[in-house]
Write a protein that binds this ligand. Structure first.
Ligand code: ADP
Ligand code: MG
Ligand code: MG
Length: 924
């Protein structure tokens, strides 16, 4: 038996059996569009009859060197017969002709593939038959000219401008403005013109045999799989080249049969805000792509309710049915033929981050999906969106009151964008990328050729187009704020300026675009940090909290940061860097004095002078974090970082000496001499502290052991603060963290000393504080000997930045500005290990440390405080390692809460093993 290459829409059960039941398999064989057409037919949505030529047929056709596989054409004939039967029309029949659309559709939606050809099957005879039936010559010639135009353009690659030019000549000659005003005889003449164009460009007559049309169109779809554009897109999107495209052959329904006919596109919920309200555009008396082409101004779907209330009601029912079935917001294409609704496509709709969150939450609340699914549907990047700026509400009011509101349009992609006007994509790219200027790209409408400019712009503004226009879709996809369809906006390319009423804005001048409200303002408006008050966002995060097992803490050095972290949901401070406090103006001289002191008494004096400052810092942090743990890391960087740098010291000294040579007055000479001596003293100390590799030198616990008075002072400050704040009634939970341990004895010595000091403070104060001592794990030796180290640590916190540096033996600053980019581009490294944890190396050390540490001390608390703690993939690794918490920047806390929940749910669903999850090491 020959293979089955063709499946009718009503043969979906057979397809499922063939692919083994999975929906992914169905989509693989039928393509996304075909699978959904068949599925819609199965669940009772009105879909015109049709069939699908499989992706296997496409692959076979290509492998045979562009020849139709055996049996395909006869199977197609059979399938066609069944459509003829159900439609009561016949393909090629001069009296009652069936027309078809021929549509490509791969498994993934893929620009660059062949466009659809409508009205296949028309020729001189069938045209006559249709005119006799419809008694509408205008309608039929409109169909015919569209066929020649689409066939010529899509199948024969004749530039569309040629056809458009002929059309515009006809309009001029007829003295009308739009196509709608052209009469039957005009369309007839246009058809003749189009045939001439066809002949001129292809040296062939337009094929009049319906089956020949169908075959050429089908083969053109197959061949378009290997078009340059399609290959480039697949490369960019990482789609395999061997999956092929299906061809959908569908009986035509006509949206251009008069005022009770229409064609349109819609989303079942708002793609901008997620509101449960159908959003879309349609055109009465139009066909196919007219809506998205921006030829005529479209109508909002809400107008359908008054224009065709019955169809509108039916549309609502279909939309609800589709959502219930697909359990997601749908993006649909439809046509209304003489008051009857037909669905021509459905797929999951694109949406903004804001809409994604709202839709997931609403659908869970409506019982369409579970809360787990809702959480899994939201990506960490979508949460991140909420943390980005919007326009300040008050600033908006002021701007409106002072007449700065320039125009209103459709709010198709939210967010605030400020920039200078650029009127074409190349300029937008040049200003945005090379000159680093913020740019708003302004166009009548956008095309695929404009994408590079859109990417370089902060925001996008167009005068035409609807919610489903190219500009809207691209902007949404890339998270660029955009306003489209600003009809009052006149773009003058000769004068390079915009005009709204009598306001003129020249190219290069500032405007502000509010993609959330759909408004455009003159000048530069201020943006403000978002407040995380979105109801749906708060809900999804609270659900995430229910599912995650990892704690989410924050890295904060100051009470203000800690406060924000708490507001964002942090459950502790995982890293407070005490040295940041040393850098402040009042304190730095004391720190320098401490470093410069020759005698121990002097040094201790300086150290003691720092105590009250540190005590204050810690008290503030403890108060904010009432009831939650605060991990304070003792001094970590090498001391020279607190002194002026060597080169500037030498330069200053040289300057002073020159001044000294020229000084005449005795008192000047005196002060200058003093200054020279002081500089020399500092220089000597800097030189004595100078190390070849300071990052691998006297720092961390080594410094603590070298200058115990310093870390003792810090511990005293921590515990004095804890006692003071505790007396105020605050629940204090300090955790002292010792950095950079590599050998257990370093930690043992330091901890004994410090814990003794802590005890002393508590005795002096007559109080008991609940505290922990622990260490960072950021040196491979510490990870490998974690069983010993755990004896002296109540907790480990992975410092994955230093751990990555010491594991790879590379310095981050040198690597990131040097060879690392080359490595990633060449595929030598799969990713930047400073961005996402290198699972096989650094991750493996973490695994060993966790396992050995808990072997010694089962209750050992494990966390991570490197920047990786806020990165989703790294969070997943931390979850799988059984860490207790991740700690990250306050701004990453909401993202980390979601990522931790997703990691937990994923782990639960798939029971991933550590080994199976390893990254492949083979170079690309
Ligand atoms: P794309 O993948 O570019 O959206 P489609 O194959 O969905 O291309 O076709 C584009 C449009 O052509 C559809 O939205 C619809 O308006 C029109 N169309 C396709 N098939 C038919 C048909 N059988 N009857 C009427 N219109 C059709
Ligand atoms: Mg479509
Ligand atoms: Mg470190």
């Amino acid at each position: 038996m020959t293979k089955k290459w063709v499946y009718r829409f009503d043969e979906l059960d057979e397809v499922e059996a063939y692919v083994g039941g999975s929906w992914d398999g169905v989509k693989g064989l039928l393509g996304g569009k075909g699978a959904n057409l068949a599925e819609m037919a199965r669940i009772g949505v009105p879909v015109p009859p049709g069939f699908i030529i499989t992706t296997e047929a496409c692959n076979k056709y290509l492998s045979l060197g562009e020849r139709l596989p055996k049996g395909l054409w006869s199977q197609l004939g059979e399938a066609l017969k069944s459509i003829e039967k159900s439609s009561g029309k016949k393909f090629g029949d001069p009296h009652n002709p069936l027309l078809l659309s021929c549509r490509s559709g791969a498994r993934f939606s893929m620009p660059g593939m062949m466009d659809t050809v409508l009205n296949v099957g028309l020729n001189e005879e069938t045209v006559e038959g249709m005119i006799a039936l419809s008694r509408d010559a205008r309608f039929v010639y409109d169909l015919y000219r569209r066929l020649i135009q689409m066939f010529g353009n899509v199948v024969m690659h004749i530039p569309d401008e040629k056809f458009e030019a002929a059309l515009s000549n006809t309009r001029k000659a007829a003295g009308v403005k739009t196509d709608a005003d052209l009469a039957a005889e005009h369309w007839m003449a246009v058809t003749g013109e189009f045939k001439k164009i066809f002949r001129f460009h292809t040296h062939h007559e337009f094929p009049t045999e319906p089956y020949a049309q169908l075959q050429m169109a089908t083969e053109a779809v197959f061949m378009s799989w290997n078009s340059k554009r399609a290959i480039a897109y697949r490369n960019a999107a990482g789609i395999a080249h061997d999956i092929g495209t299906a061809v959908n052959i569908v009986a035509m329904v006509y949206g251009n049969m008069g005022d009770d006919s229409a064609t349109g596109v819609a989303l079942t919920r708002s793609g901008t805000t997620g509101e449960k309200k159908i959003e879309g555009d349609y055109l009465t008396n139009a066909q196919g792509e007219d809506v998205v082409a921006g030829i005529r101004q479209t109508k909002d779907i809400s107008e359908l309710q008054t224009e065709m209330p019955k169809v509108h009601g039916e549309f609502l029912k279909v939309a609800a049915l589709l959502e219930k079935h697909y359990r997601d917001m749908q993006d649909v294409e439809f046509t209304i033929e003489k008051g009857k609704l037909w669905m021509l496509q459905t797929r999951d709709g694109k949406r903004t981050s804001q809409a994604a969150v709202r839709i997931a939450v609403d659908m869970a609340d409506e019982g369409l999906i579970s809360r787990e699914e809702a959480v899994m549907r939201i990506s960490p990047e979508q949460i991140d969106f909420f943390l980005h700026p919007q326009f300040d509400n008050d600033a908006l009011k002021v701007a409106k009151a002072s007449g700065k509101l320039l125009a209103k349009g459709l709010n198709v992609s939210p967010g605030a964008a400020v920039g200078v006007v650029a009127l074409d994509a190349d300029l937008a790219e040049r200003w945005g990328k090379q000159e680093n200027k913020p740019v708003i790209m302004v166009r009548p409408e956008t095309k695929p050729d404009d994408v590079h400019g859109m990417l370089a712009a902060q925001g996008i503004l167009t005068s035409r187009g609807g919610r489903t226009s190219h500009a809207a879709l691209v902007a949404r996809q890339f998270g660029k704020p955009a306003v489209v369809g600003v009809t009052e906006l006149e773009i003058d390319f000769t004068r390079r300026q915009l005009k709204v009423g009598d306001v003129i804005i020249r190219e290069g001048e500032y405007i502000s675009v509010d993609g959330t409200a759909g408004e455009v303002y003159v000048g530069e408006m201020t943006t403000k940090d978002p407040d995380m008050k979105d109801v749906s966002l708060l809900k999804i995060l609270s659900w995430a909290d229910d599912f995650r097992t990892l704690g989410v803490w924050a890295n904060s050095d100051y009470p203000v940061d800690a406060k924000r972290a708490r507001e964002y949901g942090a459950e502790g401070i995982g890293l407070c860097r005490t040295e940041h406090m040393f850098m402040e103006t009042e304190r730095l001289p004391l720190v320098q004095k401490m470093i410069m002191a020759d005698m121990e008494v002097h040094r201790n004096e300086a150290i003691q002078a720092l105590l009250p400052f540190q005590r204050e810092d810690f008290s503030g942090l403890f108060r904010v974090m009432d009831g939650l743990p605060v991990v304070i890391r003792l001094i970590d960087p090498p001391l020279h970082e607190f002194l002026p740098d060597h080169i500037s010291l030498i330069r200053d000294l040289a300057d002073l000496k020159i001044q000294l040579q020229h000084a005449l007055r005795l008192e000047d000479i005196d002060t200058l001499l003093q200054q020279v001596r002081e500089k020399e003293r500092i220089l000597h100390r800097v030189e004595s502290l100078r190390e070849e590799n300071p990052m691998l030198g006297m720092r961390g616990v080594r410094l603590g052991n070298h200058l115990p008075e310093l870390t003792k002072m810090q511990v005293r400050a921590i515990f004095e603060a804890a006692c003071i704040v505790s007396r105020e009634g605050v629940d204090v939970r300090p955790e002292v963290m010792i950095p950079l341990t590599s050998h257990v004895n370093e930690l043992k010595v330091q901890r004994e000393l410090l814990e003794f000091e802590a005890q002393r403070v508590m005795e002096e104060q007559g109080m008991e504080i609940n505290y922990k001592f622990g260490t960072m794990i950021e040196i491979p030796r510490a990870a490998l000997t974690a069983d010993q180290i755990a004896e002296y640590a109540d907790f480990f916190s992975f410092g994955t930045n230093d751990l990555t540096q010491t594991t790879f033996g590379i310095s981050r600053d040198d690597a990131e500005s040097g060879f690392l980019i080359e490595y990633i581009m060449q595929g030598i490294l799969p990713a930047n290990p400073f961005e996402t944890i290198d699972k096989n190396g650094v991750g493996e050390l973490m695994r060993i440390a966790a396992q050995k540490g808990r072997q010694t001390k089962p209750e050992l608390k494990l966390g991570i405080c490197g920047e990786h703690g806020g990165e989703p993939r790294s969070i997943e690794i931390c979850h799988n390692l059984g860490l207790n918490y991740v700690s990250c920047s306050p701004f990453r806390v909401p993202v980390a809460r979601l990522a931790a929940a997703r990691a937990a749910l994923k782990f639960k669903m798939q029971t991933i093993t550590w080994e199976a999850d390893k990254e492949t090491e083979t170079a690309r």
